[in-house]
Every structure is written in structure tokens, then in C-alpha cells.
Design a protein around this ligand. Structure first.
Ligand code: UTP
Length: 408
């Protein structure tokens, strides 16, 4: 492990000498913990703080999708193919629940949010209900992996236990913890969250497969014959998980990944859009699209860049293994980061006060040889909860849930 003198030298060289202030007064374990954190720092990553991000891409062109109409025509064939793969135990579900949900303003795991109005209905419960529906349909228990972070792992596990896993077999649920990354203030200085502890936050949802591997689950995945993993976000209670039609369509298409998409409702809607980049699948963020791209039309008058992603993807395990050691680009995100001030008081900022460093799932799609864009009905499958009120909120999600017959 890094010694104190080396750590001091390293931190000084990067303008972060303040990290070791008060080091001598720390208990031995705290000193060791801090030196370990310093050893793991990625100074190249920290240097990105405050720099403007430029998406690097080649020649972009639109990507079509299997439309809702195409899917309806082939529904029974696709569904049967998907059910077969699911019944053979070849598909696992993986819930991305490592995020901090800072926009909701709660310290609890986001999945603990009660979306009910006249009764209690937790987000985690909604997702388990959706998964149970497929299990019933296919007659097989689907393994469920849940990615947490150091910040919410204990709470998440305790919550599932306390609620008897919402009726899902406990033996089919496997938790693992994602990696953390240090955070800095607007001057690029590392923040501390306590004596001898750097402030850290989960390093984005892009690291899910490497974290799954690090947790030792790949062996089991191979042993039980899982060939596909369906990943999904914690905050969309309407999404279908391991949807047999989606699974069937992706498997029959021969693609090594599938992406659920919705048709944009306006040219400037804030959604990442699937496209081709030098012939490979890619997702372009709405803020990187030129006006011309946003409004480009097909001969029939529909938008050319029409399909936005909803964080529900299916990946073939062997394709994930091929890319697992490739470095994903790091995105710098402004966030509210709790920290310890000079007086040793913990501050929970009300507004953004610094930068976090994250890798994103969308960048994994760029590493795939291909992806099947699979259109779903927005009102039936997309009700994200990012905020309490307004756009993509608990309010808007509740409206959609009620429209879909969910008693709240
Ligand atoms: P978001 O991008 O909405 O982030 O996550 P968030 O952390 O939940 O919320 P805010 O931005 O702080 O308000 C989309 C999905 O990715 C997961 C989240 O749990 C959610 O399911 N995620 C995000 C992770 O699993 N790990 C991360 O580090 C970040």
C-alpha cells in the first residue's frame, strides 16, 4: 500500500495536499483507509473537472427500429421465441439500483419510494410485480441481480428482507456493489466526507458488468447457462422486465444487444437517440444533436432521428465479456455532494456544489457490434421518476400508472 510520504508527494503534485490535513490525529485504521483511497485515485479523471465535454464521433446517420406495427404483426412468433429462451433459463434480469437519486432529495435508496396514494406501493415492489408477471407466463424463476452502491447496499438488502422480497424467491436474488469514485468541488479540490475519508459517490451505471464480474458472479452465470442479461433502471415502474417479445425479437434478429426505444414526441425532446456512428450503433445525447439532425425528416415526413432510449437493454453475455476490459469514457456531472467543511461539520448542500465522475451504459452500446432497436408504447412502458414534481416525476408517473390500471 501507498506510504504516507508517497501519498503526500502524489497529492501535492496534483494540488490536493489538503487531503492529508489532520492525518497525524487520525486512528491507525482511518490513516490506512485514507491512504488506500488515495492510492485508488485516478488523477487523469479528476483533471476532467470543469472541462467542457465533447462527444467524439464519426459520421452519424439515423437508425430505424422494429416498429410497434412490425411487432404486432409478428407478436406471437416473437413471444414464443422469447418464452422459450426464458424457460430455458438463459436470461437474467439486472436492476441498476446504485444511483443516489439526488433529484428526489431523499437519503434512502430510490426503490424505497412509496408511489402509492391510498395504499403503500414501493418502486422496488412495482418492479418485482412486473418481473413476477413474466415468471408466471414462462413458468421459470428468472435470476435477479441487483446492483447497489456502498452508500445504499445495507439499506437495500434490509428493505428487501423486511418485505420478504415482495414474494420473489430470495434464493433467486443476488446483490452486488458497484464501485465508487471520488468527487471534487468547483475548484477541482477533492472533497472530504468525514475525518480521513474522501467524499465518494457511485461511479455511474456504466460499470455494472465489470462490478458484476468483480463480485464473482460470472462463474455462476456460465454454470447455470445464462446467455443474456436484461438491465433496467430502478425508477420506471411501468417497464417490462425480461419482456418475452423483446427477448424473442432480439434473439431472432441475431443482434448481440437489444435496446427498448420510444418514438420522440418532438424534435427537441430530451432523450438520448439511437443512431449509427460510422456504421456502429451509438446513442447521441439530445444536447449533442444539431438543429438539423433534430428536425431531419424521412420521405414520409416522420423524424429521421426518431427513437429515444429508455434504459432497458438486453446484452448477450459473450459480447459483454469481449468489451469488459475496455475503458468507458468518463463523464463529469454536476451534483450535490455532501462534504465536511473546515470546521469538521458535515454539510448537505441544497444546490450543486461540485463534480462527480461517471461512466454510462449508453457508452456500452457504442461498443456493441449491433443492437436491435425495439419500439414500445410510451404510455405503457415509460414513466420515469427523476423528480418529485413536473417532468419525469412522481406526479407524472402516477398519472401513467393509473392509466395502466395500477391501483395506487
Ligand atoms: P440516474 O441517471 O437517474 O441517476 O440513474 P440517479 O443517481 O438515480 O439519480 P440522480 O441523478 O442523482 O437524481 C439511472 C439509473 O442508473 C442507476 C440508477 O439507480 C437508476 O436506476 N445508477 C445510476 C446506478 O446504478 N449507478 C450509478 O452510479 C448511477
Amino acid at each position: 500500500m501507498l506510504g504516507r510520504t508517497e501519498a503526500e508527494k502524489l497529492l501535492k503534485a496534483h494540488g490536493q495536499a489538503h487531503v492529508l490535513c489532520g492525518f497525524d490525529g487520525l486512528a491507525k485504521e482511518q490513516q490506512e483507509g485514507l491512504l488506500k483511497q488515495v492510492e485508488e485515485l485516478d488523477f487523469d479523471e479528476l483533471a476532467l473537472a470543469g472541462q467542457e465535454e465533447h462527444a467524439v464521433h464519426g459520421e452519424l446517420s439515423p437508425m430505424g427500429a422494429v416498429s410497434i406495427a412490425d411487432i404486432e404483426k409478428r407478436r406471437s412468433e416473437l413471444e414464443a421465441a422469447g418464452r422459450k429462451v426464458l424457460a430455458e433459463g438463459k436470461v437474467a434480469a439486472l436492476l441498476l439500483a446504485g444511483g443516489m437519486g439526488t433529484r428526489l432529495g431523499s437519503d434512502r435508496p430510490k426503490g424505497e419510494l412509496n408511489v402509492g396514494e391510498t395504499r403503500t406501493l414501493y418502486l422496488f415492489e412495482c418492479l418485482i410485480n412486473n418481473l413476477q408477471a413474466v415468471v408466471k407466463e414462462c413458468g421459470t424463476t428468472i435470476p435477479l441481480y441487483i446492483m447497489t452502491s456502498e452508500k445504499n447496499d445495507a439499506d437495500t438488502r434490509a428493505f428487501f428482507k423486511e418485505h420478504d422480497f415482495f414474494g420473489y424467491p430470495e434464493t433467486a436474488v443476488h446483490f452486488f456493489v458497484q464501485q465508487m469514485a471520488a468527487a471534487v468541488n468547483y475548484d477541482g479540490k477533492l472533497l472530504m466526507e468525514g475525518p480521513g475519508r474522501l467524499a465518494t459517490s457511485p461511479n455511474g451505471n456504466g460499470g455494472w458488468f465489470s462490478s458484476l464480474k468483480r463480485a464473482g458472479y460470472l462463474e455462476e452465470i456460465h454454470r447455470v447457462g445464462i446467455e443474456w442479461i436484461n438491465i433496467f433502471a430502478v425508477d420506471n415502474p411501468l417497464q417490462k422486465i425480461c419482456d418475452p417479445v423483446f427477448v424473442g425479437a432480439t434473439v431472432l434478429s441475431g443482434a448481440e444487444s437489444g435496446s427498448k426505444v420510444i418514438r420522440k414526441n418532438s424534435p427537441d425532446e430530451k432523450l438520448g437517440v439511437l443512431c449509427h456512428d460510422d456504421g456502429r450503433p451509438s446513442i447521441i445525447e439530445y444536447y449533442d444533436m444539431t438543429q438539423e439532425m433534430q428536425t431531419l425528416k424521412n420521405p414520409d415526413g416522420s423524424l429521421a432521428y426518431a427513437f429515444g432510449v429508455i434504459l432497458n437493454y438486453l446484452f448477450r453475455v459473450d459480447a459483454l465479456e469481449r468489451i469488459v476490459d475496455r475503458k468507458l469514457p468518463v463523464h463529469v456531472v454536476e451534483k450535490k455532494i455532501p462534504y465536511m467543511d473546515e470546521k469538521g461539520q458535515l454539510v448537505k448542500p441544497e444546490k450543486e456544489n461540485g463534480y462527480k465522475f461517471e461512466t454510462l451504459v449508453v457508452d456500452m452500446i457504442r461498443m456493441m457490434n449491433d443492437t436491435l432497436a425495439f419500439e414500445v408504447v410510451r404510455e405503457k412502458e415509460f414513466a420515469p421518476i427523476k423528480n418529485l414534481h413536473g417532468r419525469d416525476s412522481l406526479d407524472s408517473s402516477r398519472e401513467l400508472m393509473k392509466k395502466n390500471g395500477i391501483r395506487l
